[in-house]
Design a binder for this molecule. Structure first.
Ligand code: HEM
Length: 154
């Protein structure tokens, strides 16, 4: 039985939980359940925040893992990873603005942004799981170097 790295497994689980929660929140607003929609979307944001905190502390203190698969696949992996990072960053910015329009009752803006944010977030989760599988499940992760180590040299 192969072992999976604990922190990336936990953080990837939280992105998936966050996307599932957004889907539930979308379903709830389709049924005009506004208070439940609000609570569910706040929960989705908390899951996303937990993901980000684990991911960021791992990046700072332990480091990022290089792709450990075959060299000729590396370029495809890198392009895919950049696409995932782009989606995640866009999704985070859209997510914050969508939450703010919800809290501030700017509902015509919120109705336009809500579906876009949700769909970006679904693709963030799907591509995030794909990156996780490529990095740790299909292939063994390569070298891990921490930002602090890289900067301070210890
Ligand atoms: C503070 C948090 C939030 C509050 C108070 C809130 C409130 C609302 C309300 C009142 C509506 C109904 C608007 C209308 O039909 O007039 C709505 C719609 C919607 N919201 Fe939220 N929302 C929040 C967060 C979010 C977040 C974070 C997302 C996405 C990630 C989201 C996605 C949606 C979607 C998809 C719709 C349905 C739009 C449509 O089908 O026309 N909401 N929200």
């Amino acid at each position: 039985m192969m072992s999976l790295p604990i922190l990336p497994t936990i953080s990837t689980t939280f992105i998936v939980l966050s996307a599932i929660t957004v889907a539930i929140g979308w379903y709830q607003i389709k049924q005009r359940r506004i208070e439940t929609h609000k609570k569910t979307m706040i929960t989705a944001a908390i899951f996303a925040l937990i993901f980000f905190l684990i991911y960021a502390s791992r990046t700072i203190f332990i480091g990022n893992t290089a792709f450990g698969g075959p060299d000729d696949l590396k370029i495809y992996y890198t392009v895919f990873l950049v696409f995932h990072i782009f989606l995640a960053t866009t999704g985070a910015v859209f997510g914050i603005v969508t939450l703010l329009t919800g809290f501030n009752n700017k509902l015509s803006k919120h109705r336009k942004l809500g579906p876009i944010t949700s769909i970006i977030w679904f693709f963030t989760a799907i591509t995030g799981v794909a990156v996780y599988l490529l990095l740790y499940v299909f292939y063994h992760g390569g070298e891990t170097t921490s930002v602090i180590k890289a900067i301070l040299g210890f």
